[in-house]
Design a protein around this ligand. Structure first.
Ligand code: SF4
Length: 247
């Protein structure tokens, strides 16, 4: 039985959400996110003319009563940074949303833009950083700067049962966001692994849904389905299935 949300700590109460939209704490990332407006690929030009270019911190997207939080690395320069919604408008998003749709947690298998009518049930999508970093490589300081926003998102989820970290950086960011008073488990990133955090909340790992992993077969749709099944089980009965990992 869940007792308390381990991300809910008093020092950030009420603070981070208000400042996200105008946050400029990381000068390098601010320059990068805004500069991408001048490098829109031809295939996105028409869309950008109609919808504009976001180029600002990207807020979490999904169900405010979510039991599952999915944590990515950061917005893609011409994905979420262009469209303004997490995992929207790029190949990583196509893989992620298709998986969530197969599971019945998303109304559509694709996420094209903030006005496409996509709805999510029970799931919140967020990231370790809210601004796109060059080469997807944020510095340690930048990750730390953005931690209050991640902690704020997770700490507000009163029904949180499972956090799914996409990749090692997200795994480490989630652990760092756990309130120090609640204790942090010593667990390293491993695809398909599950570790119990304080308060009965579970941390599950998956390879990131990036093209580098999905185009090379490192992460297949079947593997991702297995991870979502694990999340579903942990969210429902509160423990991994007896025969985990499958196969
Ligand atoms: S990455 Fe996070 S902390 Fe840094 S400027 Fe963007 S929103 Fe602010």
């Amino acid at each position: 039985m869940r007792q308390s949300n381990p991300f809910c700590v008093s020092e950030i109460a009420g603070a981070p959400g208000a400042g996200l939209a105008v946050c400029r704490r990381c000068p390098r990332l601010v320059a990068w996110r805004e500069g991408q407006a001048g490098h829109v690929p031809a295939r996105f030009l028409e869309w950008t003319c109609t919808h504009g270019f976001w180029g600002a911190p990207v807020p979490a997207f999904g169900d405010c009563l979510a039991w599952l939080a999915i944590v990515g690395l950061a917005p893609a320069a011409q994905g979420a940074n262009r469209t303004g919604r997490m995992f929207t408008g790029d190949r990583s998003g196509e893989f992620l949303w298709a998986g969530l749709h197969r599971r019945g947690w998303a109304s559509h298998a694709r996420s094209e833009g903030r006005d496409d009518g996509l709805e999510v049930a029970g799931v919140l999508i967020t990231a370790a950083l809210r601004c796109a970093p060059p080469a997807n490589r944020p510095s340690a300081v930048e990750v730390k700067n953005c931690r209050p926003y991640l902690r704020g998102d997770l700490g507000r989820l009163v029904n949180l049962r499972v956090v799914l970290a996409l990749g090692r950086l997200a795994h480490d960011a989630v652990l760092a966001a756990v309130g120090a008073a609640t204790g942090r488990p010593r667990t390293r990133f491993r695809h398909g692994a599950a570790a119990e955090l304080a308060g009965g909340v579970w941390l599950v790992d998956s390879y990131h849904v990036s093209q580098q992993n999905t185009f090379t077969g490192r992460l297949t749709a079947a593997m991702f389905d297995d991870v979502l099944t694990l999340c579903d089980t942990l969210g429902g009965v509160g423990r991994p299935p007896a025969a985990w990992p499958p196969g």
